[in-house]
Write a protein that binds this ligand. Structure first.
Ligand code: ADP
Ligand code: GLC
Length: 480
Protein backbone atom coordinates (compact mmCIF):
# COMPACT_ATOMS: atom_id res chain seq x y z
CA UNK A 1 0.00 0.00 0.00
CA UNK A 2 1.40 3.42 -0.97
CA UNK A 3 0.42 6.75 0.53
CA UNK A 4 -0.37 9.61 -1.84
CA UNK A 5 -1.12 13.17 -0.74
CA UNK A 6 -2.84 15.56 -3.15
CA UNK A 7 -1.99 19.20 -2.39
CA UNK A 8 -4.12 21.88 -4.03
CA UNK A 9 -5.72 25.30 -3.58
CA UNK A 10 -9.24 24.04 -4.39
CA UNK A 11 -11.33 20.87 -4.27
CA UNK A 12 -15.07 20.22 -4.41
CA UNK A 13 -17.16 20.30 -2.27
CA UNK A 14 -15.03 22.60 -0.10
CA UNK A 15 -14.02 25.37 -2.47
CA UNK A 16 -14.33 25.77 -6.23
CA UNK A 17 -13.61 28.51 -8.73
CA UNK A 18 -13.03 26.27 -11.74
CA UNK A 19 -12.11 22.87 -13.11
CA UNK A 20 -9.11 22.42 -10.78
CA UNK A 21 -11.55 21.86 -7.92
CA UNK A 22 -13.52 19.29 -9.91
CA UNK A 23 -10.31 17.35 -10.54
CA UNK A 24 -8.83 17.40 -7.04
CA UNK A 25 -12.22 16.64 -5.52
CA UNK A 26 -12.93 13.61 -7.71
CA UNK A 27 -9.71 12.01 -9.03
CA UNK A 28 -8.57 10.86 -5.53
CA UNK A 29 -11.66 8.63 -5.32
CA UNK A 30 -10.77 6.82 -8.55
CA UNK A 31 -7.65 5.00 -7.30
CA UNK A 32 -7.79 1.43 -6.11
CA UNK A 33 -7.98 1.53 -2.28
CA UNK A 34 -6.03 -1.76 -2.23
CA UNK A 35 -3.07 -0.09 -3.89
CA UNK A 36 -3.21 3.51 -2.65
CA UNK A 37 -4.28 5.48 0.39
CA UNK A 38 -4.97 8.84 -1.26
CA UNK A 39 -5.60 11.90 0.92
CA UNK A 40 -5.99 15.58 0.11
CA UNK A 41 -4.63 18.71 1.78
CA UNK A 42 -6.16 22.17 1.21
CA UNK A 43 -6.10 25.63 2.76
CA UNK A 44 -8.75 26.04 5.46
CA UNK A 45 -10.48 29.05 3.88
CA UNK A 46 -13.10 30.75 5.99
CA UNK A 47 -15.15 30.78 2.75
CA UNK A 48 -15.58 26.98 2.92
CA UNK A 49 -19.32 26.42 3.56
CA UNK A 50 -20.10 26.53 7.29
CA UNK A 51 -21.50 22.98 7.59
CA UNK A 52 -18.24 21.56 6.20
CA UNK A 53 -16.07 23.80 8.39
CA UNK A 54 -18.08 22.88 11.46
CA UNK A 55 -17.65 19.16 10.71
CA UNK A 56 -13.83 19.46 10.76
CA UNK A 57 -11.79 18.17 13.70
CA UNK A 58 -8.74 19.98 15.06
CA UNK A 59 -5.63 17.82 14.80
CA UNK A 60 -3.08 20.19 16.32
CA UNK A 61 -1.61 23.66 15.97
CA UNK A 62 1.77 25.26 16.48
CA UNK A 63 3.76 28.28 15.33
CA UNK A 64 6.25 28.36 12.48
CA UNK A 65 8.72 31.01 11.38
CA UNK A 66 7.66 32.26 7.97
CA UNK A 67 8.40 35.47 6.06
CA UNK A 68 10.14 37.09 8.96
CA UNK A 69 7.80 36.27 11.79
CA UNK A 70 6.06 33.64 13.80
CA UNK A 71 2.83 32.36 12.20
CA UNK A 72 -0.01 30.21 13.43
CA UNK A 73 -0.28 26.86 11.64
CA UNK A 74 -3.39 24.86 12.49
CA UNK A 75 -4.16 21.44 11.06
CA UNK A 76 -7.76 20.32 10.73
CA UNK A 77 -9.20 17.13 9.32
CA UNK A 78 -12.43 15.79 7.85
CA UNK A 79 -13.50 12.48 6.36
CA UNK A 80 -15.65 13.06 3.32
CA UNK A 81 -17.15 10.17 1.32
CA UNK A 82 -14.65 7.88 3.03
CA UNK A 83 -11.60 9.96 2.09
CA UNK A 84 -9.34 11.94 4.45
CA UNK A 85 -9.05 15.67 3.82
CA UNK A 86 -6.58 17.83 5.79
CA UNK A 87 -6.75 21.61 6.04
CA UNK A 88 -4.04 24.16 6.79
CA UNK A 89 -5.53 26.79 9.05
CA UNK A 90 -4.33 30.38 9.27
CA UNK A 91 -7.03 33.04 9.14
CA UNK A 92 -4.62 35.84 8.17
CA UNK A 93 -3.90 34.02 4.95
CA UNK A 94 -7.08 32.06 4.31
CA UNK A 95 -9.75 34.40 5.70
CA UNK A 96 -12.11 36.54 3.66
CA UNK A 97 -15.00 35.90 1.29
CA UNK A 98 -12.99 34.24 -1.55
CA UNK A 99 -9.91 32.05 -1.87
CA UNK A 100 -8.01 34.48 -4.09
CA UNK A 101 -7.68 38.13 -3.20
CA UNK A 102 -4.81 40.43 -4.05
CA UNK A 103 -2.15 39.19 -6.49
CA UNK A 104 0.90 39.69 -4.25
CA UNK A 105 -0.93 38.47 -1.19
CA UNK A 106 -1.93 35.34 -3.10
CA UNK A 107 1.75 34.72 -3.87
CA UNK A 108 2.59 35.01 -0.17
CA UNK A 109 -0.34 32.88 1.01
CA UNK A 110 0.51 30.03 -1.35
CA UNK A 111 4.22 30.21 -0.48
CA UNK A 112 2.99 29.75 3.09
CA UNK A 113 0.64 26.93 2.05
CA UNK A 114 3.47 25.07 0.25
CA UNK A 115 5.70 25.45 3.31
CA UNK A 116 2.92 24.56 5.74
CA UNK A 117 2.00 21.33 3.93
CA UNK A 118 5.50 20.00 4.58
CA UNK A 119 5.70 21.44 8.09
CA UNK A 120 2.37 19.74 8.91
CA UNK A 121 3.35 16.24 7.76
CA UNK A 122 5.21 15.06 10.87
CA UNK A 123 2.15 16.03 12.92
CA UNK A 124 -0.49 13.98 11.10
CA UNK A 125 -0.75 10.27 11.23
CA UNK A 126 0.10 9.89 7.55
CA UNK A 127 3.49 9.95 5.87
CA UNK A 128 3.04 10.26 2.11
CA UNK A 129 5.32 8.28 -0.19
CA UNK A 130 4.43 10.79 -2.88
CA UNK A 131 2.98 14.30 -2.92
CA UNK A 132 0.93 15.09 -6.00
CA UNK A 133 1.00 18.89 -6.35
CA UNK A 134 -1.49 20.79 -8.47
CA UNK A 135 -0.87 24.13 -10.19
CA UNK A 136 1.31 27.08 -9.17
CA UNK A 137 -0.23 27.39 -5.69
CA UNK A 138 1.71 24.28 -4.67
CA UNK A 139 4.74 25.05 -6.83
CA UNK A 140 7.13 25.56 -3.92
CA UNK A 141 6.51 22.15 -2.34
CA UNK A 142 9.17 20.39 -4.48
CA UNK A 143 11.81 23.15 -3.92
CA UNK A 144 11.14 23.23 -0.14
CA UNK A 145 11.40 19.44 -0.04
CA UNK A 146 14.72 19.58 -1.90
CA UNK A 147 16.20 22.25 0.38
CA UNK A 148 14.90 23.24 3.85
CA UNK A 149 13.20 19.93 4.61
CA UNK A 150 15.83 17.56 3.29
CA UNK A 151 17.82 17.68 6.52
CA UNK A 152 15.02 15.92 8.39
CA UNK A 153 15.07 12.16 7.77
CA UNK A 154 11.26 12.09 8.03
CA UNK A 155 11.18 13.46 4.47
CA UNK A 156 13.74 11.05 2.99
CA UNK A 157 12.54 9.51 -0.24
CA UNK A 158 9.24 11.40 -0.54
CA UNK A 159 8.62 11.76 -4.29
CA UNK A 160 6.70 14.51 -6.07
CA UNK A 161 4.49 14.79 -9.15
CA UNK A 162 3.43 18.23 -10.36
CA UNK A 163 0.36 18.68 -12.57
CA UNK A 164 -0.13 21.82 -14.64
CA UNK A 165 -3.81 22.70 -14.97
CA UNK A 166 -3.18 26.07 -16.56
CA UNK A 167 0.24 27.32 -17.64
CA UNK A 168 -1.13 30.85 -17.97
CA UNK A 169 -0.91 31.22 -14.19
CA UNK A 170 2.58 30.56 -12.82
CA UNK A 171 2.83 32.62 -9.64
CA UNK A 172 5.26 35.20 -11.00
CA UNK A 173 6.55 38.18 -9.03
CA UNK A 174 9.83 39.99 -8.43
CA UNK A 175 12.75 37.63 -7.85
CA UNK A 176 13.86 39.38 -4.67
CA UNK A 177 10.33 39.45 -3.29
CA UNK A 178 9.88 35.72 -3.86
CA UNK A 179 13.22 35.01 -2.24
CA UNK A 180 12.33 37.13 0.79
CA UNK A 181 8.82 35.68 1.20
CA UNK A 182 9.72 32.04 0.65
CA UNK A 183 12.97 32.04 2.60
CA UNK A 184 14.37 29.56 0.04
CA UNK A 185 18.19 29.57 -0.40
CA UNK A 186 19.58 32.48 -2.42
CA UNK A 187 21.34 30.24 -4.96
CA UNK A 188 17.91 29.09 -6.26
CA UNK A 189 17.38 32.67 -7.38
CA UNK A 190 20.74 33.32 -9.00
CA UNK A 191 19.50 32.59 -12.54
CA UNK A 192 18.50 29.26 -11.06
CA UNK A 193 15.38 27.12 -10.80
CA UNK A 194 13.13 29.81 -9.35
CA UNK A 195 13.74 32.75 -11.59
CA UNK A 196 14.11 34.06 -15.11
CA UNK A 197 15.89 37.39 -15.20
CA UNK A 198 14.43 39.61 -12.51
CA UNK A 199 11.26 37.53 -12.14
CA UNK A 200 10.65 34.89 -9.51
CA UNK A 201 8.41 32.05 -10.65
CA UNK A 202 6.74 29.54 -8.32
CA UNK A 203 5.65 27.08 -10.98
CA UNK A 204 9.12 27.00 -12.47
CA UNK A 205 10.41 25.76 -9.12
CA UNK A 206 8.08 22.77 -9.31
CA UNK A 207 8.97 22.05 -12.92
CA UNK A 208 12.62 21.97 -11.92
CA UNK A 209 12.40 19.91 -8.74
CA UNK A 210 9.38 17.60 -9.19
CA UNK A 211 10.22 14.02 -10.10
CA UNK A 212 7.57 14.05 -12.84
CA UNK A 213 5.50 16.75 -14.46
CA UNK A 214 2.14 16.23 -16.13
CA UNK A 215 -0.56 18.30 -17.72
CA UNK A 216 -4.23 17.60 -18.33
CA UNK A 217 -4.43 16.54 -21.97
CA UNK A 218 -2.15 15.09 -24.60
CA UNK A 219 -2.65 17.91 -27.09
CA UNK A 220 -1.93 20.62 -24.49
CA UNK A 221 1.24 18.72 -23.54
CA UNK A 222 2.35 19.06 -27.17
CA UNK A 223 1.13 22.63 -27.57
CA UNK A 224 3.08 24.00 -24.61
CA UNK A 225 6.31 22.81 -26.19
CA UNK A 226 5.78 25.66 -28.71
CA UNK A 227 6.31 29.42 -28.17
CA UNK A 228 2.66 30.09 -29.10
CA UNK A 229 1.31 28.20 -26.05
CA UNK A 230 4.41 27.79 -23.88
CA UNK A 231 4.02 31.01 -21.83
CA UNK A 232 7.80 31.47 -21.89
CA UNK A 233 8.53 27.91 -20.69
CA UNK A 234 8.22 26.04 -24.00
CA UNK A 235 11.91 25.12 -24.13
CA UNK A 236 11.64 23.59 -20.70
CA UNK A 237 8.90 21.20 -21.85
CA UNK A 238 10.45 20.47 -25.21
CA UNK A 239 13.61 19.31 -23.42
CA UNK A 240 11.86 17.10 -20.90
CA UNK A 241 10.24 14.40 -22.99
CA UNK A 242 10.17 11.26 -20.88
CA UNK A 243 9.61 13.27 -17.70
CA UNK A 244 6.55 15.14 -18.94
CA UNK A 245 3.16 13.59 -19.76
CA UNK A 246 -0.34 14.59 -20.84
CA UNK A 247 -3.18 12.75 -19.09
CA UNK A 248 -6.69 13.83 -19.98
CA UNK A 249 -9.10 14.72 -17.16
CA UNK A 250 -12.29 12.87 -16.36
CA UNK A 251 -15.44 13.94 -14.55
CA UNK A 252 -17.25 12.54 -11.55
CA UNK A 253 -20.00 10.48 -13.15
CA UNK A 254 -21.96 10.44 -9.90
CA UNK A 255 -22.11 14.22 -9.64
CA UNK A 256 -22.73 14.78 -13.33
CA UNK A 257 -25.46 12.30 -14.15
CA UNK A 258 -28.72 13.34 -15.84
CA UNK A 259 -30.28 10.09 -14.61
CA UNK A 260 -29.98 11.09 -10.94
CA UNK A 261 -28.99 14.78 -10.82
CA UNK A 262 -30.83 16.41 -7.88
CA UNK A 263 -30.79 19.74 -9.78
CA UNK A 264 -33.17 18.29 -12.41
CA UNK A 265 -36.91 17.84 -12.00
CA UNK A 266 -37.06 15.15 -14.65
CA UNK A 267 -34.22 12.67 -15.00
CA UNK A 268 -33.14 11.05 -18.24
CA UNK A 269 -30.64 8.62 -19.66
CA UNK A 270 -29.63 7.89 -23.23
CA UNK A 271 -32.84 6.00 -24.01
CA UNK A 272 -35.07 8.84 -22.78
CA UNK A 273 -32.91 11.75 -23.87
CA UNK A 274 -35.44 13.35 -26.22
CA UNK A 275 -38.20 13.73 -23.65
CA UNK A 276 -35.75 14.48 -20.82
CA UNK A 277 -34.02 17.31 -22.64
CA UNK A 278 -37.30 18.72 -23.97
CA UNK A 279 -38.60 18.99 -20.39
CA UNK A 280 -35.35 20.56 -19.17
CA UNK A 281 -35.45 23.06 -22.05
CA UNK A 282 -39.04 24.09 -21.38
CA UNK A 283 -38.28 24.52 -17.66
CA UNK A 284 -35.18 26.64 -18.31
CA UNK A 285 -36.91 28.84 -20.89
CA UNK A 286 -39.61 29.52 -18.31
CA UNK A 287 -37.11 30.10 -15.48
CA UNK A 288 -35.04 32.58 -17.50
CA UNK A 289 -37.90 34.32 -19.33
CA UNK A 290 -36.97 33.06 -22.80
CA UNK A 291 -39.60 32.48 -25.47
CA UNK A 292 -41.14 29.05 -24.70
CA UNK A 293 -40.12 27.64 -28.07
CA UNK A 294 -39.41 23.90 -28.13
CA UNK A 295 -38.03 24.20 -31.67
CA UNK A 296 -35.35 26.82 -30.94
CA UNK A 297 -31.74 25.67 -31.00
CA UNK A 298 -30.73 26.46 -27.41
CA UNK A 299 -27.02 27.32 -27.14
CA UNK A 300 -25.28 27.60 -23.77
CA UNK A 301 -22.11 28.98 -22.23
CA UNK A 302 -21.13 28.05 -18.66
CA UNK A 303 -17.71 29.55 -18.17
CA UNK A 304 -15.28 31.97 -16.67
CA UNK A 305 -15.70 34.98 -18.97
CA UNK A 306 -12.09 35.53 -20.05
CA UNK A 307 -10.17 35.66 -23.30
CA UNK A 308 -8.97 32.07 -22.70
CA UNK A 309 -12.52 30.88 -23.24
CA UNK A 310 -12.85 32.45 -26.71
CA UNK A 311 -15.36 35.12 -25.71
CA UNK A 312 -13.84 37.45 -28.34
CA UNK A 313 -15.13 35.07 -31.01
CA UNK A 314 -18.61 34.85 -29.51
CA UNK A 315 -19.36 38.58 -29.16
CA UNK A 316 -19.29 39.37 -32.91
CA UNK A 317 -21.77 36.51 -33.50
CA UNK A 318 -24.33 37.54 -30.84
CA UNK A 319 -26.37 39.50 -33.37
CA UNK A 320 -26.55 36.48 -35.66
CA UNK A 321 -27.26 33.99 -32.85
CA UNK A 322 -30.12 35.96 -31.34
CA UNK A 323 -31.44 37.23 -34.67
CA UNK A 324 -32.09 33.74 -36.06
CA UNK A 325 -33.62 30.48 -34.88
CA UNK A 326 -31.31 30.15 -31.85
CA UNK A 327 -31.50 31.11 -28.21
CA UNK A 328 -28.50 31.68 -25.96
CA UNK A 329 -28.02 31.24 -22.22
CA UNK A 330 -24.82 32.49 -20.58
CA UNK A 331 -23.82 31.62 -17.01
CA UNK A 332 -20.48 33.05 -16.03
CA UNK A 333 -18.41 35.66 -14.30
CA UNK A 334 -15.20 37.33 -15.29
CA UNK A 335 -14.04 40.37 -17.19
CA UNK A 336 -16.50 43.26 -17.05
CA UNK A 337 -16.30 43.96 -20.78
CA UNK A 338 -17.68 40.48 -21.55
CA UNK A 339 -20.30 40.59 -18.80
CA UNK A 340 -21.52 43.96 -20.07
CA UNK A 341 -21.60 43.01 -23.76
CA UNK A 342 -23.60 39.88 -22.98
CA UNK A 343 -25.94 41.81 -20.72
CA UNK A 344 -26.55 44.51 -23.34
CA UNK A 345 -27.61 41.96 -25.93
CA UNK A 346 -29.80 40.08 -23.43
CA UNK A 347 -31.53 43.34 -22.50
CA UNK A 348 -32.19 44.06 -26.17
CA UNK A 349 -33.58 40.57 -26.92
CA UNK A 350 -34.75 39.03 -23.64
CA UNK A 351 -36.90 36.45 -25.40
CA UNK A 352 -33.79 35.11 -27.18
CA UNK A 353 -30.98 35.50 -24.71
CA UNK A 354 -30.50 35.29 -20.95
CA UNK A 355 -27.37 36.11 -18.96
CA UNK A 356 -26.57 35.29 -15.35
CA UNK A 357 -23.33 36.81 -14.12
CA UNK A 358 -22.95 34.70 -11.02
CA UNK A 359 -21.59 31.37 -9.89
CA UNK A 360 -24.41 28.86 -9.44
CA UNK A 361 -23.71 25.14 -9.45
CA UNK A 362 -27.36 23.96 -9.58
CA UNK A 363 -28.26 26.39 -12.38
CA UNK A 364 -25.22 25.17 -14.34
CA UNK A 365 -26.60 21.62 -14.15
CA UNK A 366 -30.03 22.76 -15.37
CA UNK A 367 -28.33 24.54 -18.28
CA UNK A 368 -26.19 21.53 -19.24
CA UNK A 369 -29.38 19.46 -19.33
CA UNK A 370 -31.56 21.99 -21.17
CA UNK A 371 -29.22 23.16 -23.92
CA UNK A 372 -28.93 21.58 -27.34
CA UNK A 373 -25.37 22.76 -27.94
CA UNK A 374 -22.53 24.13 -25.81
CA UNK A 375 -20.24 26.94 -27.01
CA UNK A 376 -16.57 26.65 -25.99
CA UNK A 377 -14.39 28.21 -28.71
CA UNK A 378 -11.31 28.51 -26.46
CA UNK A 379 -8.13 30.32 -27.40
CA UNK A 380 -6.36 27.61 -25.43
CA UNK A 381 -7.75 24.90 -23.16
CA UNK A 382 -5.50 22.67 -21.04
CA UNK A 383 -8.32 20.14 -20.80
CA UNK A 384 -11.75 21.63 -20.20
CA UNK A 385 -14.37 19.89 -18.11
CA UNK A 386 -17.40 21.84 -19.30
CA UNK A 387 -17.42 20.09 -22.68
CA UNK A 388 -17.19 16.72 -20.90
CA UNK A 389 -20.15 17.62 -18.70
CA UNK A 390 -22.05 18.84 -21.78
CA UNK A 391 -21.40 15.52 -23.56
CA UNK A 392 -22.67 13.59 -20.55
CA UNK A 393 -25.95 15.56 -20.64
CA UNK A 394 -26.36 15.05 -24.41
CA UNK A 395 -25.46 18.65 -25.24
CA UNK A 396 -23.27 18.85 -28.32
CA UNK A 397 -20.08 20.92 -27.90
CA UNK A 398 -19.07 23.52 -30.48
CA UNK A 399 -15.35 23.89 -29.79
CA UNK A 400 -12.02 24.93 -31.21
CA UNK A 401 -9.46 22.19 -31.87
CA UNK A 402 -7.12 23.06 -29.04
CA UNK A 403 -5.84 21.23 -25.94
CA UNK A 404 -8.31 18.91 -24.30
CA UNK A 405 -11.15 20.08 -26.56
CA UNK A 406 -9.36 18.51 -29.50
CA UNK A 407 -8.81 15.28 -27.55
CA UNK A 408 -12.38 14.85 -26.33
CA UNK A 409 -14.80 16.06 -29.04
CA UNK A 410 -15.21 14.25 -32.40
CA UNK A 411 -16.20 16.58 -35.20
CA UNK A 412 -19.13 15.94 -37.53
CA UNK A 413 -17.23 16.93 -40.67
CA UNK A 414 -14.47 14.37 -39.98
CA UNK A 415 -16.15 11.60 -38.00
CA UNK A 416 -19.60 11.39 -39.61
CA UNK A 417 -21.84 9.00 -37.69
CA UNK A 418 -19.31 8.72 -34.81
CA UNK A 419 -19.28 12.47 -34.21
CA UNK A 420 -20.06 14.06 -30.85
CA UNK A 421 -19.76 17.78 -31.72
CA UNK A 422 -18.57 20.51 -34.05
CA UNK A 423 -14.88 21.40 -34.14
CA UNK A 424 -13.14 24.26 -35.94
CA UNK A 425 -9.40 24.80 -36.29
CA UNK A 426 -8.36 28.44 -36.54
CA UNK A 427 -8.91 30.97 -33.82
CA UNK A 428 -11.05 33.43 -35.78
CA UNK A 429 -14.68 34.47 -35.93
CA UNK A 430 -15.00 32.82 -39.36
CA UNK A 431 -14.02 29.47 -37.85
CA UNK A 432 -16.62 29.64 -35.10
CA UNK A 433 -19.19 30.91 -37.58
CA UNK A 434 -18.54 27.89 -39.80
CA UNK A 435 -18.97 25.45 -36.91
CA UNK A 436 -22.10 27.24 -35.75
CA UNK A 437 -23.59 27.09 -39.26
CA UNK A 438 -22.87 23.37 -39.42
CA UNK A 439 -24.62 22.91 -36.07
CA UNK A 440 -27.62 24.99 -37.18
CA UNK A 441 -27.88 23.09 -40.46
CA UNK A 442 -27.66 19.71 -38.73
CA UNK A 443 -30.17 20.65 -36.03
CA UNK A 444 -32.81 22.01 -38.40
CA UNK A 445 -32.26 19.96 -41.58
CA UNK A 446 -30.86 16.63 -40.38
CA UNK A 447 -32.38 15.88 -36.99
CA UNK A 448 -31.59 12.18 -37.34
CA UNK A 449 -27.86 12.90 -37.39
CA UNK A 450 -28.24 15.33 -34.46
CA UNK A 451 -29.98 12.68 -32.41
CA UNK A 452 -27.36 10.11 -33.31
CA UNK A 453 -24.62 12.52 -32.23
CA UNK A 454 -26.45 13.14 -28.98
CA UNK A 455 -26.54 9.42 -28.24
CA UNK A 456 -22.84 9.12 -29.14
CA UNK A 457 -22.08 11.98 -26.77
CA UNK A 458 -23.96 10.41 -23.87
CA UNK A 459 -22.26 7.06 -24.42
CA UNK A 460 -18.74 8.51 -24.19
CA UNK A 461 -16.85 7.35 -21.12
CA UNK A 462 -15.08 10.23 -19.40
CA UNK A 463 -15.15 8.67 -15.97
CA UNK A 464 -11.84 8.86 -14.11
CA UNK A 465 -10.96 5.16 -14.39
CA UNK A 466 -8.72 5.39 -17.43
CA UNK A 467 -6.88 8.53 -16.28
CA UNK A 468 -6.45 7.20 -12.74
CA UNK A 469 -4.82 4.12 -14.26
CA UNK A 470 -2.40 6.37 -16.19
CA UNK A 471 -1.52 8.30 -13.02
CA UNK A 472 -1.06 4.97 -11.18
CA UNK A 473 1.43 3.93 -13.85
CA UNK A 474 3.46 7.10 -13.18
CA UNK A 475 3.27 6.63 -9.41
CA UNK A 476 4.54 3.05 -9.86
CA UNK A 477 7.51 4.36 -11.85
CA UNK A 478 8.49 6.50 -8.86
CA UNK A 479 7.50 4.08 -6.11
CA UNK A 480 8.65 0.66 -7.23
P1 ADP B 1 -11.69 26.28 -16.11
O1 ADP B 1 -11.19 25.44 -15.00
O2 ADP B 1 -10.63 26.74 -17.04
O3 ADP B 1 -12.57 27.39 -15.67
P2 ADP B 1 -13.14 23.86 -16.93
O4 ADP B 1 -13.98 23.59 -18.14
O5 ADP B 1 -12.04 22.91 -16.67
O6 ADP B 1 -12.63 25.36 -17.05
O7 ADP B 1 -14.04 23.82 -15.62
C1 ADP B 1 -14.99 24.78 -15.34
C2 ADP B 1 -15.88 24.24 -14.24
O8 ADP B 1 -16.51 25.34 -13.57
C3 ADP B 1 -17.02 23.39 -14.76
O9 ADP B 1 -17.41 22.47 -13.74
C4 ADP B 1 -18.12 24.43 -15.01
O10 ADP B 1 -19.41 23.85 -15.02
C5 ADP B 1 -17.92 25.30 -13.80
N1 ADP B 1 -18.37 26.70 -13.94
C6 ADP B 1 -17.76 27.70 -14.62
N2 ADP B 1 -18.44 28.87 -14.46
C7 ADP B 1 -19.49 28.58 -13.67
C8 ADP B 1 -20.58 29.37 -13.12
N3 ADP B 1 -20.68 30.66 -13.37
N4 ADP B 1 -21.48 28.74 -12.33
C9 ADP B 1 -21.37 27.42 -12.07
N5 ADP B 1 -20.39 26.63 -12.55
C10 ADP B 1 -19.46 27.20 -13.33
C1 GLC C 1 -7.74 24.67 -15.70
C2 GLC C 1 -7.92 24.69 -17.21
C3 GLC C 1 -8.97 23.73 -17.70
C4 GLC C 1 -8.87 22.38 -17.01
C5 GLC C 1 -8.90 22.58 -15.50
C6 GLC C 1 -8.80 21.27 -14.74
O1 GLC C 1 -8.59 25.53 -15.04
O2 GLC C 1 -8.21 25.99 -17.69
O3 GLC C 1 -8.81 23.55 -19.10
O4 GLC C 1 -9.93 21.55 -17.40
O5 GLC C 1 -7.83 23.38 -15.11
O6 GLC C 1 -7.63 20.54 -15.09
Amino acid sequence: MKNILFAAAEAVPFIKTGGLADVTGSLPFAFSPDEYDVRVILPCYTSIPAPLREAMRDVTHFDVQFNGRSRYLGIRELTHRGLHFYFIDNEDYFGGPAPYTDYMYDIEKFCFFSFAVLAALPHIDFRPDLIHCHDWHTGLIPPYLATQFRYDSFFDGIRTVFTIHNLKFQGICGRDELRAISGLPADLFAQGPLCSGSCGNMMQGALYYADLVTTVSRTYAQEICTPEYGEGLDRFFAQRTGRFFGIVNGIDNRVFDPASDPALKRHYDVSHVKAGKAAAKAALQKELGLEPDPEALLLAIVSRLTDQKGMDLVLPLLEKITGGPCQLVVLGTGEKRYEESFRRMADARPEKMAVKTLYDEALSHRIYAAADAFLMPSLFEPCGLSQLIALRYGTLPIVRATGGLKDTVRSLDKEGQNATGFVFENYDVGGLNWALDLAIKTFFADRKTWEKMRRNAMREDFSWNRSAEEYSRLYRQLLP
